[in-house]
Design a protein around this ligand. Sequence first.
Ligand SMILES: O=P(O)(O)O[C@H]1O[C@H](CO)[C@@H](O)[C@H]1O
Length: 301
Amino acid sequence: MARAEEDRSSYEVCKETADWLRARTAQHPKTAIICGSGLGDLADVLEKKAVFPYEDIPHFPRSTVAGHAGRLVFGELSGQPCVCMQGRFHCYEGYSGSTVTFPIRVFSLLGVEVLITTNAAGGLNHHFQVGDIMFIRDHISMFGLGGQNPLRGPNDERLGVRFPCMSDAYDPDLLSLAMESAQELGFQSFVHAGVYCMLAGPSYETIAESRVLQALGADAAGMSTVPEVIVARHCGLRVLGLSLITNRAATSYSSPEEASHEAVLRVSVARAEALCRLLARLTARLGESPRAPRPQPLTFI
Ligand SMILES: O=P(O)(O)O[C@H]1O[C@H](CO)[C@@H](O)[C@H]1O
């Protein structure tokens, strides 16, 4: 029988982990980066690293998926203090929403202000090629629409409000900065913005399901990210989401595409260098500019 999962939804548990980490590193990260499947190299490029295997950190869950090493890496990227999750947690591993998102709350208590979350995803948009990068403009959560929201349960106001807004989940200023950074690197031919759809997994979608997702307006599909983003917004972090298109979702019964995690990891590893360059550029730009004031939203339309 499976062991009962520890309840990581409480403020006190999150704070205990944050205090433990604060006592062991002099670094004060302002940006947290979550490395998607096979994208752990993003953490390896940090300088002045302090590395904590997940199993050494109190209350931290364990990574169980190939391509997710299970280490928290503090360091500097382009001279900016960052913390990187070399390995994320997924609901399909059997973890609850509060366990999957536990690190986000710890980061918030550590003073992190920006979350950059990356993932490997299957392309649904016909214009996307394998190896392309999609900045996430918005999401659809099949998981969340089915009632599996990581904020389900009692709300502790010290962590965030009961009913957080999600129409601004992906920060428009960060998205613009990311697009500009991609352009500066000459990446514009393989960079897009689009809608990420979260599926429960771990099975990949059927052809009929992929067609439904396309009809719903999804550009890429994956099994992660959305719970992290919801909790990040709940605790006031600004979010940039980025999908690496590692495969094309099959949408025709005559198409040769067959999804496999091995193929996903192969493409991730092959494209990790481009992503490292992009994140290094973006982090440098983040460090340069004090946050530009947002244009006033229109009050009536
Ligand atoms: O979203 P990340 O963690 O990048 O991983 C993606 O790749 C795995 C499937 O190959 C799933 O876990 C899916 O969510």
